[in-house]
Design a protein around this ligand. Structure first.
Ligand code: ADP
Ligand code: MG
Length: 187
């Protein structure tokens, strides 16, 4: 049976994965471009598409600067735990500051969805918790795959619900996809 999430990524053993990027300390746009280049260079990994770049009001702890957020879709043969380790390595290299939960950070890299895998392991939950209730994740995912199913509903449905709750005013377009990511995507 075919479902919106079951389309096979190219390459026999690779899976589609959606990554969330965000940050609000220092030159975040440049940190996100460096992260993009480093993710593109991971073994057996290819970035397929990047969303536009969005500016978002801080979520959780609101006494901090606005965030920049975007999402990537990629195909990878790395297992979820291997991919998480690589993303943490990239975060550390970009000097992510882990001061307080939901607080300021140079860059946050999350595995939002790993095609076909759901559950919780040591230090990894898939899909990433609270994805469906965060406009700064759902809006960029909508750029990539509005029909992607998360927690039983499409990204489009989640976005409509968030906008109906008034959360559309929390996010604005900062940069078109090609403008921030174009030169860093593999061709
Ligand atoms: P959040 O991503 O919810 O804003 P943090 O980035 O501060 O919060 O959370 C960091 C920890 O969350 C990481 O050390 C990682 O082990 C854990 N984690 C659990 N699931 C995931 C996931 N799907 N992607 C990234 N990190 C995850
Ligand atoms: Mg995170």
């Amino acid at each position: 049976m075919s479902t919106p999430n079951s389309e096979q990524a190219p390459g026999s053993s690779s899976s589609r994965v959606w990554i969330g990027l965000g940050g609000n300390v220092g030159d975040v746009r440049s940190a996100m471009q460096t992260a993009l280049a480093q993710i593109a260079a991971l073994p057996e990994t290819r970035i397929e598409a990047a969303s536009a770049l969005y500016r978002t009001k801080p979520w959780g702890d609101r006494d901090q600067d606005d965030f920049l957020n975007a999402c990537l879709r990629m195909a990878t043969a790395l297992a979820p735990i291997e991919l998480l380790a690589e993303l943490k390595r990239i975060e550390t290299g970009l000097q992510r500051r882990t001061t307080r939960r939901w607080g300021p950070r140079t860059i946050d890299l999350d595995i939002l969805v790993y095609e076909g895998i759901e559950g919780t392991w040591d230090g990894l939950t898939l899909p990433h918790p609270r994805t469906a209730e965060r406009i700064f994740v759902i809006r960029p995912l909508f750029d990539l795959n509005p029909q992607l199913v998360i927690e039983g509903k499409t990204v489009e449905t989640h976005l409509d619900a968030l906008i109906a709750r008034g959360e559309g005013s929390e996010i604005e377009l900062q940069d078109a996809a090609d403008a921030w990511s174009g030169q860093y995507l593999q061709r």
